[in-house]
Design a protein around this ligand. Structure first.
Ligand code: MG
Length: 469
């Protein structure tokens, strides 16, 4: 009898619809744009930027309209996505890394890539890392089998960040050859510099080429591709065939080029019949860099942008696609965050996370799948670009305890009493009306709760990697 049961089980495994045994675990592709605003996709209301390929992901998948990153700037936001933690919990909260920085993401952290690799996945990162450029902290030390990309932002110069233009300008956009003369940003393959400076015109396409090759190579296995595009972070560049010389259209050009490259990637997934077993997530690391005008994006209806704790800084456009699992053409307006991706992916792979490192993310797989049950994310914390606690969301309420003044984020700034801003995001997504005076008890309660949650994170914070500890 036992033998017969085994035979039946074996037959079921061989003949099951997926028929690939261990490789039936779903594939994951996370596309992480850099500084793309909430309003910079057709499916998020843009009337100036055409994004048919990402819009198609939304038509066939689900838009997340309250999707949050954990910092309004690059490095902490990326650390949070990969580890499921508020950046402060892992020592990655204090602004972005530079070419002279001596810290990075601690390889002891359990990243999405570490987790999926432990399940037998092939893992790859193609794009902007920005979690430490020293060999000890590059992607291959943080769970990825292979890496090609720039180690920090595309407006940073190897090795000391000197000698670069002060600001990107319309003139630079008009002269696309400046992509290889003005910015001394390296391209790294695994741990070696392979191009210095990198030709920034072609990076979006080359990252995509690598992602396509990787998927074709690993189509019989389960794979994870992390594709953090270095665009549309300034300075902006596109290949010749995607170029419009009018600087007024610079940002539009760049997003439409990213969209076209998303289209090429999706064509590969569809052609290889991987649609039914692949999740694709498209989102951005923080809000738009508004000061750069036509070189920066739009936060749509949200207030402000990159570098601030207003929604424009940390609420980003997000589309998730997984035909047959994620309901097509739907929207989720509940709060979901990048820190939720690690536990969500663990749930989608029926796997468990290590219990020895506390994280902040929650399993939000039910929000992707549109199924009942599961928890809501009732609270969310907002930290400044330099890692200071500044806000909390609880249900429809958002409290910002903002210390005003130019130097409020500087290390030696004089302490000042924070100005309390209370917004009802259910009726005021643009954070225009401060209701603090009408709800002083609520302000006090939220302020105390914000400090309580931050105190726990501070007390239990782990260390980043340091070159000279
Ligand atoms: Mg960014």
């Amino acid at each position: 009898m036992l033998r017969n049961s085994c035979a039946v089980l074996l037959l079921w495994t061989v003949c099951s619809p997926l028929g690939r045994g261990e490789s039936t675990k779903p594939n994951f592709v996370i596309i992480f744009a850099d500084d793309q605003g909430y309003g910079d996709l057709g499916c998020f209301g843009s009337t100036t930027i055409r994004t048919p390929n990402i819009d198609r992901l939304a038509e066939e998948g689900r838009r997340f309209t309250n999707f949050m990153v954990a910092s309004p700037v690059c490095t902490p936001s990326r650390a949070a996505l990969l580890t499921g933690c508020y950046p402060k919990r892992i020592g990655m909260h204090q602004h972005v890394l530079f070419p002279a920085s001596t810290r990075g993401l601690n390889p002891a952290e359990h990243t999405i890539a570490d987790h999926l690799r432990s399940l037998g996945y092939a893992t790859a990162c193609f794009g902007k890392w920005h979690l430490g450029h020293h060999p000890e902290t590059l992607p291959r030390q943080n769970g990825f089998d292979t890496y090609l990309g720039i180690p920090y932002s595309n407006d940073m110069n190897h090795p000391d960040n000197k000698g670069k233009p002060r600001i990107p300008s319309d003139d630079l956009w008009r002269d696309q050859s400046s992509a290889v003369t003005k910015w001394n940003t390296p391209l790294i393959e695994n741990e070696m510099i392979v191009e210095l400076p990198v030709d920034q015109r072609t990076v979006t396409r080359r990252y995509t080429d690598r992602a396509i090759d990787f998927i074709e190579q690993h189509k019989q296995e389960s794979f994870f591709v992390y594709l953090p595009h270095s665009m549309p972070h300034i300075p902006l560049y596109v290949p010749e065939d995607a170029y419009d010389p009018d600087p007024a259209n610079a940002y539009i050009c760049v997003i439409e080029h990213i969209d076209a490259e998303v289209g090429r990637l999706m064509e590969t997934i569809r052609r290889l019949n991987l649609s039914d077993n692949t999740y694709v997530i498209y989102t951005s690391d923080n809000g738009p860099w508004l000061q750069f005008k036509n070189h920066g994006g739009s936060a749509g209806p949200l207030r402000e942008g990159k570098g601030t704790t207003f929604e424009g800084g940390q609420r980003v456009p997000c589309v998730m696609w997984g035909p047959g699992r994620i309901p097509a053409g739907t929207e989720c307006s509940d709060v979901v965050a990048t820190i939720d991706m690690l536990p969500t992916i663990a749930a989608l792979t029926s796997s468990t996370l290590p219990t020895d490192q506390r994280i902040d993310g929650m399993d939000m797989s039910h929000k992707l799948l549109g199924t009942d049950g599961g928890s809501n994310r009732d609270e969310y914390l907002y930290y400044t670009s330099r890692g200071q606690i500044e806000g909390i969301r609880q249900g429809k309420w958002k409290l910002l305890a903002r210390t005003n003044g130019r130097n409020r984020n500087r290390k030696n700034a004089q302490p000042a009493s924070p100005a309390m801003h209370l917004f009802d995001l259910s009726t005021d997504v643009g954070e225009k009306k401060n209701l603090g005076q009408d709800h002083t008890d609520l302000v006090s309660r939220l302020n105390a709760r914000m400090k309580e949650l931050d105190a726990e994170i501070t007390e239990n914070a782990r260390k980043a990697w340091f070159k000279n500890p």
